[in-house]
Design a protein around this ligand. Structure first.
Ligand SMILES: [Zn+2]
Ligand SMILES: [Zn+2]
Length: 330
């Protein structure tokens, strides 16, 4: 009897502890769910590396590609897929990267928000989150402090695992105070889900309109969502991620930078110019990443076109000393 009492007494704190742990677990699940809608959700008490609940939409987008076997094909849906890849890749490379991360040109507050919104439609987090982490990447490229160096944690980490961790979930406010003073950007960064949700809704409505108004279009609301958002976004994801993984491993090193960045023609084509990554790490603040005339940089050509209409201004050029150095290569 006494033995039984002692055992019960001894068990009590254990039970209390497990009850507390249970509460913490429930709170963490709540925070993970809330983080789908509000990126200011506090994941502070969650010490696990990944929160599977929080990253399940990322997994779900990949699985949703399989819906293509159900919704079928149409040329208009394929065109939406390609066009949305192109437009959103431009918003990521020219604005999330060259503008918000490196301030390599200027634009109005209106277009700053418009392109931030298009970038956010890529479902690659908000502009402040994206740029703040990218600034850390440049400050300590391929050192242990680099959030996504393939050198220290491997290719898969640099490609996508790094941003799925709880550790890298919050925007690094101290790195992006120049842009976080705009309330509309803070709003977009916090409620980042709004932009992709808007795109999905627009695609669905367009598909339904086409299905009802043009019998020959062979499309539907769901088909437009699957091609225009699901498939296009997954391709866009992995094309963008190659710059963190492959462009630090495969290609030529024109400049002996302190990191392992490379220039890679194929990645430059895929990402509208970002593949000239060794050039970029050598001199990050110019609007152009293909330094030589033959280094195709589609985002830069589009920026030049936008400059004609005054939508962007003050494109920072490649410095004369670098141009001279490149001419010396021949
Ligand atoms: Zn890099
Ligand atoms: Zn950069």
């Amino acid at each position: 009897m006494i033995n039984k009492l002692i055992t019960r007494e001894q068990r009590k704190p254990e039970l209390q502890l497990s009850h507390e742990q249970q509460n913490i677990k429930v709170e963490n699940h709540k925070a993970s769910l809330l983080a789908w809608f509000d990126s200011s959700a506090n994941l502070g008490s969650d010490n696990s590396r990944f929160s599977w609940l929080r990253i399940s939409p990322f997994i779900a987008i990949h699985l949703s590609v399989l819906l293509v076997f159900w919704v079928g094909f149409s040329w208009i849906a394929l065109a939406a897929c390609a066009l949305l890849y192109f437009i959103r890749m431009f918003a990521i490379t020219a604005f999330y990267h060259r503008y918000f991360s490196h301030k390599s040109f200027k634009t109005s507050r209106f277009f700053q928000f418009v392109f931030a919104f298009i970038g956010a439609m890529s479902a690659q987090r908000g502009p402040l989150w994206w740029a703040s982490h990218h600034r850390v990447h440049h400050a300590c490229s391929d050192s242990p402090e680099d959030p996504h160096s393939p050198k220290h944690k491997g290719s898969l980490w640099s490609h996508m695992l790094w941003f799925l961790t709880n550790e890298n979930f919050a925007t690094r406010e101290e790195k992006i105070s120049d842009f976080s003073r705009y309330p509309e950007l803070r709003w977009l960064d916090r409620f980042e889900i709004v932009a992709p949700a808007f795109l999905i809704l627009m695609l669905f409505l367009t598909g339904e309109y086409l299905a009802n108004s043009y019998q020959g279009s062979s499309t539907s609301g769901l088909q437009m969502v699957v091609w225009g958002f699901c498939i296009s976004t997954v391709i866009l994801y992995h094309a963008t991620y190659t710059i963190n993984s492959l462009a630090h491993r495969f290609g030529k090193r024109r400049f002996q930078t302190k990191d392992d960045s490379r220039n890679n023609f194929w990645l430059a084509l895929l990402t509208l110019g970002e593949g000239w990554h060794n050039n970029h790490h050598y001199y990050a603040t110019c609007a152009r990443q293909g330094f030589a005339w033959y280094e195709i940089d589609i985002s830069y050509y589009i920026l030049k076109l936008l400059a004609v209409f005054g939508i962007v201004t003050d494109l920072k050029p490649v410095p004369a000393r670098i141009k001279k150095q490149i001419r010396g290569e021949f």
